[in-house]
Design a protein around this ligand. Structure first.
Ligand SMILES: Nc1ncnc2c1ncn2[C@@H]1O[C@H](COP(=O)(O)OP(=O)(O)OP(=O)(O)O)[C@@H](O)[C@H]1O
Length: 275
């Protein structure tokens, strides 16, 4: 069980996360939704300790996450793997090595720096890639893959950390609808098969409704909704997104923008390859 008790984070005068209390039983798939600036990313960064809370406590089992230092903090970060919108792969390295990099934090640093990974890591990385249907790309440079494939490599890398929790910060925001579906399918399969808790920020309510057991709605740093997709009524979406915003319009806009974005990225890759 992961628990946030009265957690607050300020940036100057901005209350990014404001007295948030939440419990996440092991194995849940949770979507966090809200307008831009609602505090979704900060919430995930607080859990992973990429940011420190000003107030409140984060508890995981018998760990008091806010007090962890040094090796214990690194071990915690490995246990709650983070996935980002922009994948954060090392472009010039091959896919397999990118996945093995997930061992940093749990393995000795020096051999990893020199890309000397034990045989067991290679096997586990290959198995993780196979699960994500990417084994045939294992020896390609990371930047030759599509955005959706790169995000699945990032998920395979996260699996190498043997995490208890996966925190995904807008994992599909820059993907076209097909790749977004593949990435969400992969996250849900891992959640179901490995019983890993997945907490993911999502721009679209559609994705949260389709994939998550539970949706948390944030507005102005506070939790304004916490329930099942079925409980997400029109009144609730207005509370999360504001009276003047129709989330259906936002969703269309987001997926259109995502399609345009990936078309531009694909053109850029073709151009780069031709040069
Ligand atoms: N490092 C920072 N320095 C100053 N202000 C910050 C910082 N990080 C976040 N904020 C502010 O905290 C608030 C919450 O930001 P956060 O990124 O958590 O929102 P979000 O819901 O994830 O938004 P988005 O969907 O646009 O990513 C915003 O007002 C943001 O400007």
């Amino acid at each position: 069980m992961l628990e946030l008790r009265n957690v607050t984070k300020r940036f100057g005068d901005t209350l990014a996360v404001n007295e948030v209390s939440l419990s996440f039983p092991a194995g849940q798939m949770v979507g966090v939704v809200g307008r831009s600036g609602a505090g979704k990313s900060t919430l995930l960064r607080l859990i992973n300790r990429l940011a420190g809370a000003d107030q409140g406590r984060i508890i995981f089992g018998d760990l008091d996450v806010g007090t962890l230092q040094g090796k214990a903090l690194r071990a915690w970060r490995a246990r709650c793997a983070m996935i980002f919108q922009q994948f954060n792969l090392v472009n010039r390295l091959d896919v397999l090595t990118n996945v093995m990099i997930g061992r940093i934090g749990t393995a000795a640093t020096l051999p990893v720096m020199f890309k000397r990974f034990p045989e067991a890591d290679r096997v586990n990385a290959a198995l993780a890639l196979d699960r994500l249907d990417l084994l045939s790309q294992a020896l390609q440079r990371a930047d030759t893959l599509s955005g959706g494939q790169q995000q699945r490599v990032a998920i395979a890398r996260a699996l190498m950390q043997k995490p208890s929790v996966i925190l995904a910060d807008e994992p599909i925001a820059s993907l076209d609808p097909r790749n977004a579906r593949l990435v969400m399918d992969a996250l849900r399969a891992i959640n179901r098969q490995d019983k890993i808790t997945v907490i993911t920020n999502l721009h679209t309510l559609d994705a949260a409704r389709a994939y998550c057991d539970r949706i948390i709605g944030m507005a102005h740093g506070r939790v304004v909704f916490d329930g099942t997709p079925a409980q997400m009524t029109r009144a609730v979406t207005q509370q999360i997104y504001g009276d003047d915003t129709d989330p259906a319009v936002d969703e269309n806009l987001t997926s259109t923008m995502a399609s345009i974005g990936s078309a531009i990225a694909a053109d850029a890759r073709q151009l780069e390859a031709a040069l």
